[in-house]
Design a protein around this ligand. Structure first.
Ligand SMILES: [Ca+2]
Ligand SMILES: [Ca+2]
Length: 601
């Protein structure tokens, strides 16, 4: 390549970058707040009558609440992989906890933040966003995910000293809840003194100090709230600067449910109301027919316990009664939700008390829900509504209706295309032919008209179920569809559940074997087959999402900086320093500086 040609290419790159930055300057900022394991226990989402989330309610008053929003797989890692790449688990193969960027489809597709970065945004993040952090996607990252505070016996993390055995024996994460208080004089049941530690490992592990409620170290969620507020304040009141995409991931109400005591004090134990649970509800369900304690069971294996059943039975067995057990756990969960709400309030204040208020889109959601003993199940990762449903609130200044409520079933897969639509970014989100286009649809029409907006997505939300396996075959997994009035579940062994939600809000009565609903059941079977490639399917899979080109979209014919980089990569394979088959900007820049300096440098 001659120097003249290189100069010309570089000129195009500069021109495109400058154009991107100019366009970007007029684009709104994005603030994506994601809580962990937060179910419908949020004001306005009908979950628990005692929930205290005044700040989330404040956000809802200024935006649109989606009351039938669901996750696409109800457990942390694959749900986040799907949300942040906009690709269903069945199209990526990512159903589990293997690093998301190890999947060919996901590695060759852009994450939400990488796409914003590519479109001229500053990307800022803190806390738990994706399960595996890829640093080059972020301009700045505050704190990596930290599940602390943890109780610590001097040797290992243990359950909170308030938690009785045998529940505490489940461990420091799932078996632990209680207030973040001074632990002086407290011990484990075998007499070891207990103190506090953060959730990091090795050299990053750090003791947390609690003298009193006023004099103590901050929790990881408080540190993330503080970081986000500082970043927002430093960007407020500076018009014309590069817009930002900020992701803030709060850990609570993920276990261990450990938050400052004042949040527990908001929910006196005796006052806690219990969820509506029908005795024997579990009997006509089939989740247990596919699971065993170790994470798997043969389809015809006898009914065995799974994690949700194990947590429920163990909790109940650790207190005087089921009611007593549930009151303790729900108190800790409500306290954790209230603590996350307080941090969300600080962030809202930072936006609303500054010029950022009018040009910052705010999205609040969770990676999945949590079952609170319904169907004798205390956990996430079920295909019932307690696990699949999430709060979702979108505030889009100048676009979305204030106090809007949409009851249309939508899902986390729709967040990525919605943000592309609202910010006028290019729809090209794959890095090359091995990537996959976005599976979701823009919620913008529902933001403009929550009750009657035109929805171009499917009629029902698709949720897959996580199960530990060495390898996943999308045609052999378990799935749920949530349509306007129905929930349909098909487990991997072919067993089914069908609920008519207008008459059965708690999904108590499985109608799958009722001949009166045979036609509806057939309809859902066909619908699922049309969305998941299954053996023997006579319906071809849906074509991938083909977005309409909006005026703000960069014309496809224009050569992109990315395409130029691909060409450069082909000529300079050595630039791929870590040999992972991709050439992100930092690698590209480092290579150029060292081995292929630009002519004008
Ligand atoms: Ca989670
Ligand atoms: Ca039932």
């Amino acid at each position: 390549m001659t120097i003249k040609v290189i100069s010309l290419c570089w000129f195009y790159v500069l021109l495109l970058t400058t154009t991107n930055l100019l366009q970007a300057a007029e684009r709104p900022n994005v603030l994506l707040i994601i809580c962990d394991d937060l179910n419908g226990y949020v004001d306005g989402f009908g979950g628990h009558p005692q929930t205290k989330t005044p700040n989330i309610a404040r956000l809802a008053r200024s935006g649109v609440s989606f009351t039938q929003a669901h996750c696409n797989i109800p457990i942390c890692a694959p749900s986040r992989a799907s949300l942040f790449t906009g690709i269903y688990p069945h199209n990526s193969g990512c159903f589990g906890f293997t690093k998301w960027d190890g999947y060919d489809v996901l590695k060759n597709s852009r994450t939400l933040m990488d796409h914003f970065r590519e479109n001229g945004y500053q990307t800022l993040g803190t806390g738990k966003l994706m399960h595996h952090l890829v640093r080059p996607e972020w301009k700045q990252y505050g704190n990596p995910a930290d599940y602390g505070p943890f109780a610590y016996d001097g040797n290992e993390k243990v359950a909170h000293p308030d938690v009785p055995a045998p529940y505490r024996d489940i461990g420091a994460v799932d078996g632990s809840f209680g207030p973040f208080v001074n632990l002086k004089g407290r011990t484990t049941p075998d007499g070891k003194p207990v103190s506090w530690i953060n959730g990091r490992w090795g050299v990053n592990a750090k003791a947390l100090r609690v003298e009193s409620q006023q004099d103590r170290d901050l929790t990881p969620d408080e540190l993330n709230g503080e970081w986000a507020v500082e970043q927002l304040q430093s960007r407020a009141g500076k018009p014309g600067r590069q817009p930002f995409f900020m992701g803030v991931g709060f850990i609570r109400p993920h276990t261990p449910l450990i938050v400052p005591k004042r949040f527990f004090d908001l929910f006196p134990l005796d006052s806690i109301k219990l969820p509506v649970i029908r005795p024997g509800d579990v009997e006509d369900t089939h989740a247990r027919s596919i699971r065993g304690l170790a994470g798997g069971a043969e389809p015809d294996a006898p009914r065995t316990e799974d994690m949700g059943t194990r947590l429920f039975n163990t909790l109940v067995g650790s207190y005087a009664s089921q009611e007593d057990a549930m009151r303790h756990f729900i108190q800790a969960y409500l306290a954790s939700v209230a603590s996350a709400d307080e941090q969300i309030g600080r962030i809202l204040d930072a936006v609303d008390n500054s010029p950022l208020k009018d040009n910052t889109i705010i999205i609040l959601t969770s990676d999945h829900g949590w079952g609170m003993g319904e169907k004798n199940y205390l956990y996430k990762n079920s295909l019932w509504q307690e696990s699949t449903r999430v709060p979702l609130i979108v505030r889009a200044p100048g676009v979305g209706k204030a106090k809007g409520v949409s009851t249309r079933p939508v899902s986390l897969i729709d967040i990525y295309p919605t943000l592309i639509d609202l910010c006028g970014l290019t729809h090209e989100t794959t890095k090359n032919k091995n990537g996959h286009p976005l599976d979701g649809y823009s919620l913008k029409p529902l933001l403009e008209n929550p009750a009657h907006g035109e929805w171009s997505g499917p009629d029902s939300v698709l949720t897959a179920l996580y199960k530990w396996r060495m390898q996943y075959d999308p045609s052999q997994e378990s799935y749920a569809l949530r349509a306007d009035n129905w929930r349909y579940i098909r487990y991997e062994n072919g067993k089914e559940e069908l609920y008519f939600t207008p008459d059965d809000a708690y999904e108590w009565t499985n109608l799958a074997d009722d001949p009166a609903h045979a036609k509806t059941l057939q309809g859902f079977r066909r619908q699922l087959k049309s969305r998941i490639p299954m053996p023997g399917s006579d319906v071809p899979p849906q074509p991938p999402f083909q977005p309409k080109k909006s005026a703000a979209t960069r014309p496809a014919a224009q050569p992109s900086a990315e395409a130029w980089k691909e060409t450069y990569f082909a000529k300079h394979p050595a630039a791929d320093a870590n040999k992972d088959g991709t050439l992100p900007c930092p690698e590209y820049k480092a290579y150029r500086e060292e081995f292929d300096p630009l002519p004008n440098k």
